[in-house]
Design a protein around this ligand. Structure first.
Ligand code: AR6
Length: 171
């Protein structure tokens, strides 16, 4: 199975690319974004400053610097406003556009954090199936990307993604 769900710290993953749950400035923040910038070192912020920010659901790529990953793909996921502002479509776009960029840069392996389910408060039980469906449908036609890992930072997140995968496989 080319899709894996694991508990872990994404900054330790030696995949071709890791994805950063960023904000629209792309200039760093808390959560996984802060952890990635700390682990990558200050050169990452220097490159991010040249990118001019990023719209919600879009994605931009940088080098990985001191990370074991070759690239970091930065995507601002949607902030949850109750589900009436296109949050689901935008979350799907964050995963899809990140994978498209990975494909364009000849990445075979990609690791994702659970985008938007921390500070941005997207409900985990709604976010997990959106993430997995988008990744699985992308993998069906991908030419380069063949190994995607969802890296869950805590047990609650891990349980939500495992449950969502079981539900999809039962369909
Ligand atoms: N590895 C994997 N997952 C992690 C790690 C890690 N090292 N650290 C945290 N997580 P969040 P968001 C999980 O808040 O909701 C930032 O300030 C975390 O437990 O990082 O998209 C940005 O600059 C949660 O499950 O991202 C934005 O302003 C998941 O990563 C804003 O937060 C996402 O939580 C983005 O909010």
């Amino acid at each position: 199975m080319p899709l894996h769900i694991e508990k872990g710290d994404i900054t330790t993953y030696p995949t071709d690319a890791i994805v950063n749950a960023a904000n629209r400035t792309l200039l760093g923040g808390g959560g996984v974004d802060g952890a990635i910038h700390r682990a990558a070192g200050p050169e990452l912020l220097e490159e991010c400053k040249t990118l001019g920010g990023c719209e919600t659901g879009e994605a931009k790529i940088t080098k990985g610097y001191r990370l074991p990953a070759k690239y970091v793909i930065h995507t601002p996921g949607p902030i949850w406003y109750g589900g009436t502002r296109g949050e689901a479509e935008r979350l799907c776009a964050s995963y899809y556009n990140s994978l498209r960029l990975a494909e364009e840069h000849d990445c075979a392996s990609v690791a994702f954090p659970s985008i938007s389910t921390g500070v941005y408060h997207f409900p985990l039980d709604l976010a997990a199936p959106i993430a997995l469906e988008t990744i699985l449908s992308f993998l069906e036609t991908a030419k380069c990307v063949r190994d995607v890992t969802m890296v869950c930072f805590d047990d609650k997140t891990l349980a939500a993604y495992e449950k969502a995968l079981q539900a999809l496989q039962g369909k």
